[in-house]
Design a protein around this ligand. Structure first.
Ligand code: CU
Length: 163
């Protein structure tokens, strides 16, 4: 019985996966969180939505800015970012290191159609709201940026200070 149950669980996980593969999950639906899939990065890791310690609202505008443009959190915080696109064009919030985001922006210029579904990214359609739950596991200075081609270059970058 146990085996059947675990096979069924795996099948369900597999069946559930494609729905999340192209960043088209319904607005504001919680991303499926699986502690076993969490990968540590130099700038933290996917946060458990059940263990959020802080909520931060971020707006993205067609002036190519994030509001606020700088955020301070504590090491260990699990932050729910509620990301509102106040503009008329697509924007996204991508959390990373300054260097990693720079490299990613270069890549986006070469492959503008590139689709992502990563826990550190929220693509948000005009007028819509997206969400990222991220745990900052290391102290330091990190960034968030919009990597829609041209936006990063126009200054659509913010800073996270983790103490
Ligand atoms: Cu943008």
């Amino acid at each position: 019985m146990k085996t059947t149950a675990s096979i069924l669980a795996s099948a369900l996980l597999l069946a559930g996966a494609p729905a999340f593969a192209h960043g088209d999950q319904p607005q504001h639906a919680a991303r499926h969180f699986d502690a076993g899939q969490v990968e540590a990065t130099p700038f933290g890791q996917e946060g458990n939505p059940a263990k959020v310690t802080k909520t931060i609202r971020v707006a993205m505008t067609d002036r190519m800015r994030f509001e606020p443009g700088a955020i301070a959190v504590r090491k260990g915080d699990t932050v729910r970012f509620i990301v509102a696109n106040k503009g008329a064009v697509l924007h996204e919030m991508v959390i990373g290191t300054a260097q990693g985001l720079q490299e990613h922006a270069e890549l986006m210029k070469k492959f503008p159609g590139m689709e992502h579904d990563e826990p550190n990214i929220a693509h948000v359609k005009p007028g819509a709201t997206g969400e990222i739950v991220w745990q900052f596991t290391r102290a330091g200075e990190f960034s968030y940026a919009c990597l829609v081609p041209g936006h990063f270059e126009a200054g659509m970058v913010g800073k996270v200070v983790v103490k």
